[in-house]
Design a protein around this ligand. Structure first.
Ligand code: NDP
Ligand code: GDR
Length: 386
């Protein structure tokens, strides 16, 4: 039985990767942070009672900023594969917490690599480093591939650039099997609520159900190459099974603006939007509602129907720009060229963007119907949006 150690196990990718590796027969160890509330929502379905025998999923407390803890965990676990997914992963927040981001995302990666070296596990343990398309930053060329120069545009991306090169350096200096997956944006129903896609699918669901009037976003012109996280965690594993340790771009090869992602989400509930104005004055209005599609989307999962008074109306302003979501420096356009991974690893996506939006909207409609039920019955619901 192979043993994997996943940092960032409580995050979007950590949850999908754990599921994937457990299905493959791995023994999976995950590192989670201590928090004052439970932070294991995404992996609770995998949890195993510590008092039973034959467990194959284990959680350990740890932090990327604590080398003694990381070294001890790797010594105890003796992993065949390490997936370093832990990071302060929000680009906008990294401008608020640049030093911490450098420590956790940049030096944290060094702590993993150096622990493996100091413990003499260089020949046993393979390491996957969660690198990112944010490394490309300011557009130098499109589509971006393994040979495109980096130009990071945020403290997050700069920290990840250190992590990228220290991974390459340990591979070259010590002969370690250490790889970077340069993954472009990938999303899912498990995506954190403050990343733009999830913020949009949550708000669209709430607006359709009459729980919220309007959504505020930042830069609607930004373009991203969005894939489904399930497809991308499969690639993380494939990267560590290759004969040679290398760096790989994983992307869909298509790009879409934030504005079009909003449009696609509303289409899922039969609402057509019209955009008016420019820049900070741009707004989105309800242009048409396809009654059949609206009813079909909302009546799935069998909850009560949204009353006429609660429903969005034609002409309603449902989207506005709030400059507080603009970033001091922005990444305008990402579109990846995954040819190398396609040719050498046989990379294929099972989900396209339409499937992704559908999957996220289906899940968020279901979650928001739960909120509708709670509200109907006099309970408080989450009222926090960032
Ligand atoms: P998430 O933000 O969903 O998860 C991040 C994980 O890291 C969480 O488990 C979080 O714990 C943990 N974490 C954060 N800081 C620390 C720390 N100091 N010590 C220990 N654990 C910590 O990210 P994703 O799952 O989306 O991404 C996984 C990795 O891939 C990240 O490194 C990200 O930067 C990178 N990446 C992501 C892409 C994407 O589009 N999703 C694209 C390219 C790269 P907690 O739950 O307690 O907050
Ligand atoms: P990104 O993802 O910065 O690409 O990093 P995010 O979803 O946060 O932003 C994508 C684009 O949308 C624009 N945007 C907004 N973003 C957020 N979060 N909130 C808004 O209200 C909003 N309005 C417009 C942003 O300006 C940006 O252009 C993600 C993270 O998962 C990283 O960890 C990962 O490395 C990269 O993807 C690849």
């Amino acid at each position: 039985m192979k043993v994997a150690f996943i940092t960032g196990v409580t995050g979007q990718d950590g949850a999908y990767l754990s599921e994937f590796l457990l299905k493959k027969g791995y023994e999976v160890h995950g590192m989670k942070r201590r928090s004052s509330l439970f932070n294991t929502d995404r992996i609770d379905h995998l949890y195993q009672d510590p008092h039973v025998d034959n467990r194959n999923f284990f959680l350990h407390y740890g932090d990327m900023t604590d080398s003694t803890n990381i070294t001890r965990l790797i010594k105890e676990i003796q992993p065949d594969e390490i997936y370093n997914l832990a990071a302060m992963s929000h680009v906008a927040v990294s401008f608020e917490t640049p030093e911490y981001t450098g420590n956790a995302d940049g030096l944290g990666t060094l702590r993993i690599l150096d622990a493996v070296r100091l413990l003499g596990l260089e020949k046993k343990t393979r390491i996957y480093q969660a690198s990112t398309s944010e490394l490309y930053g300011k557009v130098q060329e499109v589509p971006q591939s393994e040979t495109t120069p980096f130009y990071p545009r945020s403290p997050y991306a700069v920290a990840k650039m250190y992590a990228f090169w220290i991974t390459v350096n340990y591979r070259e200096a010590y002969g370690m099997y250490a790889c970077n997956g340069i993954l472009f944006n990938h999303e899912s129903p498990l995506r954190g609520e403050t990343f733009v896609t999830r913020k949009i699918t949550r708000a669209t669901s709430r607006i359709a159900l009459g729980l919220q009037d309007k959504l505020y976003l930042g830069n609607l012109d930004a373009k991203r190459d969005w894939g489904h996280a399930k497809d991308y965690v499969r690639m993380m594993w494939m990267i560590l099974q290759a004969d040679e340790a290398e760096d790989w771009v994983i992307a869909t090869g298509t790009t879409t603006s934030v504005r079009d992602f909003v449009r696609m989400s509303f289409e899922q509930v039969g609402i057509e939007l019209e955009f008016k104005g420019e820049g900070v004055h741009e707004k989105g209005f309800v242009k048409e509602i396809n009654e059949e599609k609206y009813q079909a989307a909302l009546s799935e999962n069998g909850q009560r129907k949204t009353s006429i008074e609660e429903r969005p109306e034609i002409g309603q302003e449902v989207l506005a720009v709030d400059p507080k979501y603009f970033r001091p420096t922005e990444v305008d356009l990402l579109i990846g060229d995954p040819s190398k991974a396609k040719q050498k690893l046989g990379w294929e996506c099972q989900y396209d963007l339409q499937d992704l939006v559908k999957d996220m909207m289906k899940s968020d409609l279901k979650l928001m119907k739960k909120d509708q039920f709670l509200k109907d019955n006099g309970y408080a619901t989450l009222n926090y949006f960032e």
